[in-house]
Design a protein around this ligand. Structure first.
Ligand SMILES: Cc1cc2nc3c(=O)[nH]c(=O)nc-3n(C[C@H](O)[C@H](O)[C@H](O)COP(=O)(O)OP(=O)(O)OC[C@H]3O[C@@H](n4cnc5c(N)ncnc54)[C@H](O)[C@@H]3O)c2cc1C
Length: 463
């Protein structure tokens, strides 16, 4: 058992916790990062499966994600653009397949007009409400007490338009059914990416990837931190008490006991209750954490001897709100001669395919990808399903959102520290919410808050 004395102990070695640790060290504070898993990176994880390098977790970077891009620069990591030449494929509700180019789905004129109308309303709300404090806006309660599903149908009677617009936020981002979260939560998701239109533009939101993989962000920071990162060490208990103008903290994990003055819980909110707090957290926190949950999505990877779809003039991009695999993209690695496709199966569709045997599931999933890109998709050389719902130290994907009514009710308290305990993860971010960029922003902001709090304590003369 390690016994460590540090200024700050950080629970979780994902991008948020590691960014915070790096910033704190830059400011002259000592840190220890305690990580439950045998690796760093959390929901970013680049691994080789059957000879293919796969991004099992987070991977894409969009042009607005400047905090992440700044960090990539500092770490000497380079990016490359996602392959997007050629036609995309749209699967209509009746299963018919249309090849198209440009940003708009090939739908009827009426449906296109309805989609444009819904997009304009959501863009307006995102601009008006913003990502910082959606709970404080005068329309917060009204928008937070109606499900996104019903809000869409309040604004349009066109079912195909509602499902297509719903897909960008429900299956596509929060990975929950549109009846399970509010219109306000949808507006936050849109505002966090700059606008709703940005979320619908795959050339924007899925613009670039990191050469060598997104997990390198965490691996490189962990290498800088050296022995200050302790793996295989789930934190079980946080004890704290007032001491002078500050606090005395003792954090107990599987492999280390750390005495410190501040703690950062850099884990998703659904895992806060895996830790015992002494004294217990306040009522407000106990309640709030029960309203934040992760969505569910299966990220499916299929690797082929060549990117065969390109020869057919296809970009590899496909959308079908009613298809099993609702979105598919070319995910070929930088400089790779093989071709990789990635597809996503969200929420209730994921529940349904998890009822199947692994063999039947693979068959159904590849058939669904083939319905976009042709029968060659059936013959994947490598097939892998990222199943984050089964990961004890995550329990879902991509990130946490509030249930209906939770955002306006609790949001204002989600950043409140409890004595020496601060919260930091992409799930609490404004810009970059649910993304690695948000994790980095939260890590930087939380470190800055602790540096400020530390200087206040240090400035008080010891009596
Ligand atoms: C399949 C998938 C695809 C995604 N795609 C994208 C994408 O393309 N682009 C993008 O920007 N984002 C994407 N994301 C989201 C992105 O990966 C996350 O937002 C980001 O990793 C969150 O970072 P974090 O540090 O806040 O939390 P995490 O990455 O979850 O890190 C938290 C860490 O805390 C550890 N931990 C938990 N409990 C304890 C405990 N009690 N004691 C010690 N350690 C603990 C965990 O093991 C983990 O390492 C994706 C996520 C998934 C799962």
């Amino acid at each position: 058992m390690l016994n460590l004395d540090r200024d700050v102990v950080i629970v979780g070695a994902g991008p948020s916790g590691l960014t915070a640790a790096r910033e704190l060290k830059k400011a002259g504070l000592s840190v220890a990062v305690l990580e439950a898993r045998d690796r760093v990176g959390g929901r970013t994880w680049t691994d080789t499966i059957d000879g293919a390098m796969l991004e099992i977790g987070g991977q894409w970077v969009s042009p607005d994600q400047t905090a992440l891009m700044g960090l990539l620069d500092e770490l000497g990591l380079k990016m490359y653009a996602r392959y997007r030449d050629g036609e995309s494929v749209y699967l209509a509700p009746d299963g018919s397949r249309t090849r198209y180019t440009g940003a708009s789905f090939p739908v009827s004129e009426t449906t296109a007009a309805e989609m444009d109308k819904l997009t304009a309303i959501l863009d307006g709300l995102a601009a008006e409400i913003g990502p910082e404090e959606p709970w404080a806006h005068p329309k917060a309660r009204e928008l937070d007490t109606i499900s996104f599903h019903h809000w869409l149908r309040q604004n349009s009677t066109d079912e195909e338009a509602c499902n297509n617009i719903g897909l960008f936020i429900a299956g596509g981002m929060l990975t929950k059914p549109a009846h399970a979260f509010s219109a306000l939560q949808a507006v936050l998701m849109a505002a966090s990416a700059g606008s709703f239109s940005n979320l619908t533009d795959e050339d924007f939101i899925l613009d670039k990837r990191v050469i060598g993989g997104m997990q390198q962000v965490s691996l490189l920071i962990a290498a800088e931190l050296g022995d200050d990162v302790v793996l295989n060490s789930p934190v079980r208990t946080i004890n704290w008490e007032p001491a002078g103008e500050g606090h005395r903290v003792t954090v107990e994990s599987e492999r280390a006991t750390v005495n410190a003055r501040f703690v950062i819980m850099a884990v998703p909110p659904n895992l806060y209750s895996r830790v015992s707090y002494n004294p217990p957290l306040p009522r407000r926190q106990h309640q709030m954490h029960q309203h934040q949950s992760l969505g569910l999505v299966i990220k499916v990877h299929a690797v082929y001897s060549t990117p065969f779809w390109r020869e057919d003039g296809l970009s590899g991009t496909g959308f079908g709100a009613d298809a099993l695999v609702q979105e598919v993209y070319d995910n070929t690695n930088h400089g790779d001669t093989r071709g990789t496709l990635v597809g996503f199966i969200s929420d209730e569709k994921a529940d349904a395919v998890f009822e199947l045997s692994a063999g039947d599931r693979k068959k159904k999933v590849l058939e669904s990808i083939a319905s976009f890109l042709g029968d060659k998709a059936l013959d994947a050389e490598v097939y892998y399903e990222s199943d984050w719902g089964s990961e004890e130290w995550t329990r879902g994907a991509y990130a946490a959102s509030y249930d209906l009514g939770g955002l306006h009710r609790y949001g204002k308290d989600q950043h409140a520290n409890v004595g020496p305990i601060f919260w930091s993860s992409s799930d609490l971010a404004a810009e970059g919410y649910q993304h690695v960029d948000g994790a980095v922003r939260m890590g930087q902001a939380t470190a800055a808050r602790i540096v400020a709090a530390n200087s206040r304590v240090a400035a008080v003369p010891v009596a």
